[in-house]
Design a protein around this ligand. Structure first.
Ligand SMILES: NC(=O)c1ccc[n+]([C@@H]2O[C@H](COP(=O)([O-])OP(=O)(O)OC[C@H]3O[C@@H](n4cnc5c(N)ncnc54)[C@H](OP(=O)(O)O)[C@@H]3O)[C@@H](O)[C@H]2O)c1
Length: 242
């Protein structure tokens, strides 16, 4: 089966391509690096010719409010239009657990807009709402570092997941039937502050219940998956140990 991975050169995309190729599928990486740009439409119809499934694991180069909203809306509109023309039967995208609870944050609003376009669009879909990737925790620390060098992060719970588990879930979705919205998460719930302390041991972490998460207010329910979520098998402690 031909499956086009938009963002196939990225963190999740690379792993998805490896897995699908190993299973004998024609997995095509589509991104600016391979001559496909979902913002301008360059190379999109050519890449999608003969594809049955499209996986969108792109991310925006800038997370500034207007830029990120423009990225996810323009990119998604262009993908869905090209998919309709190419006869694609399943659009799979990765979003974020709790995105709608965190409306008002620029990045989350952009992901919600992406989800809304997919839901209203012409292609049967699976939207995989994932929790934060283990590999993202050092970036949370970096983004939360103040001028005083202190890392102010929330002690509220989250449920991080390994990028490898995300890739496994994306592959399963891509090879399955359109499933609507689903959630995936890791096996451990812990405070964001605790995770940063473990993953970035030299960080000067201050636990701040009002720190929020990338501009959104959070509580102990915002960033954890609901009942029925698919739970990955890789443990955060093993990631930290590595
Ligand atoms: N990080 C987290 O904790 C987390 C949690 C839940 C969900 N997610 C979601 O997971 C998704 C994938 O994240 P990731 O970390 O794998 O992303 P990533 O490593 O930053 O990769 C981004 C990909 O997007 C491609 N891209 C950028 N601009 C493009 C354009 N104009 N046209 C086509 N492709 C373009 C890049 O291509 P080039 O290599 O060619 O530049 C790259 O392949 C994102 O949508 C994110 O919202 C992330």
């Amino acid at each position: 089966m031909k499956i086009v991975i938009i963002g196939g050169t990225g963190q999740i995309g690379t792993k998805v391509i490896e897995r699908l190729t190993a299973q004998g599928h024609e997995a095509v990486a589509a991104s600016p690096q391979t001559g496909v740009n979902t913002l301008t439409g360059e190379g999109l119809s050519e890449a999608l010719a003969g594809a049955q499934v499209v996986v969108d694991v792109t991310n925006a180069p800038s997370w500034e409010t207007e830029a990120v909203l423009n990225f996810f809306t323009t990119s998604t509109r262009n993908q869905l239009a090209a998919e309709a023309e190419a006869g694609v039967r399943h659009h799979v995208a990765v979003s974020i657990v709790g995105s709608r609870k965190m409306a008002g944050s620029g990045y989350m609003d952009a992901k919600i807009a992406q989800e809304d376009l997919i839901i209203a669009g012409p292609i049967p879909y699976t939207i995989i709402h994932a929790t934060q990737f283990f590999e993202f925790v050092p970036w949370i620390a970096q983004a939360s570092t103040g001028e005083d060098g202190k890392v102010r992060v929330s002690p509220h719970l989250f449920q991080p997941i390994a990028a490898d588990d995300v890739a496994d879930a994306v592959v399963r979705a891509a090879l399955g039937e359109p499933a609507g919205a689903i959630e995936i998460a890791g096996p451990d719930k812990l405070g964001i502050d605790e995770a940063v302390r473990q993953a970035v041991p030299d960080a000067d972490v201050v636990s701040d219940p009002d720190a929020g998460y990338f501009g959104a207010d959070v509580d102990d329910t915002s960033l954890v998956a609901g009942e029925g979520a698919w739970i990955g098998k890789r443990r955060f402690a093993d990631f930290v140990a590595r």
